[in-house]
Design a protein around this ligand. Structure first.
Ligand code: SF4
Ligand code: SF4
Length: 194
């Protein structure tokens, strides 16, 4: 068993046999994130110390890098860390090994979307998916359509709590019922699909 596997086992997580790990996962993410240096991580923890959001993350950036290298695909993709990452690049700036940790987080988000693996009952990936499908549908965002579709997917009852705010915004003309989509949507969609 390698060092990162041992570390994860001591954190009280589910025991996983090495045979069950996705050994190619680290290489896939490294390729996607221009992260050939990912395997040179010395687990110094600078990235976690620099990250302003690590206190709210399931796994700190340092642990995510260790888990990616070790092949804990399911665990990494189903945790909240990648969705909480605010892309501030602090970790990347502080990494003594030049690892592009922010790009790794982006690559993990893409991988999660492709594999449809998300943390349970967590709104951020639902909002990201809804935002993308709304942009793809019309080329622009209309807040009413975005939020309605988001809450329909996430939790319709939560939308009721924002009803009076929505009405106030509507009365002040900050929300519109009319969609102003792009004219050449077909061309736009083919660009997104490339
Ligand atoms: S700062 Fe760089 S080398 Fe240190 S733990 Fe984070 S990714 Fe690894
Ligand atoms: S880019 Fe993401 S992981 Fe890195 S420090 Fe910022 S919030 Fe944390």
């Amino acid at each position: 068993m390698n060092a990162s596997s041992s570390e994860i086992l001591t954190q009280g997580l589910t025991v996983k046999l090495e045979a069950d790990l996705d050994k190619n996962f680290g290489e896939t993410i490294a390729r996607e994130a221009h992260g050939e240096k990912l395997f040179g991580c010395i687990q110094c923890g600078n990235c976690s110390a620099a990250c302003p959001l690590s206190v709210w993350m399931d796994y700190t950036p340092r642990k995510v890098i260790a888990m990616v290298r070790a092949g804990f695909k399911q665990e990494v993709l189903s945790n909240r860390t990648v969705w909480l990452c605010a892309s501030c690049y602090q970790c990347t700036v502080e990494c003594p090994k030049g690892i592009k940790i922010t790009d790794v987080m982006y690559a993990l988000k893409r991988e999660a979307i492709e594999n449809k693996i998300y943390p349970k009952n967590f709104p951020v990936p639902i909002l990201a998916r809804t935002f993308y499908s709304e942009v793809k549908r019309t080329g622009r965002i209309n807040e009413i359509f975005l939020l309605t579709n988001y809450y329909l997917r996430y939790n319709i009852f939560k939308m009721l709590g924002y009803a009076s705010l929505g009405v106030r915004l509507f009365m002040k003309r900050r929300l519109s019922l009319f969609e102003k989509g792009m004219t050449n949507r077909k061309e736009f969609r083919s660009m997104l699909n490339q």
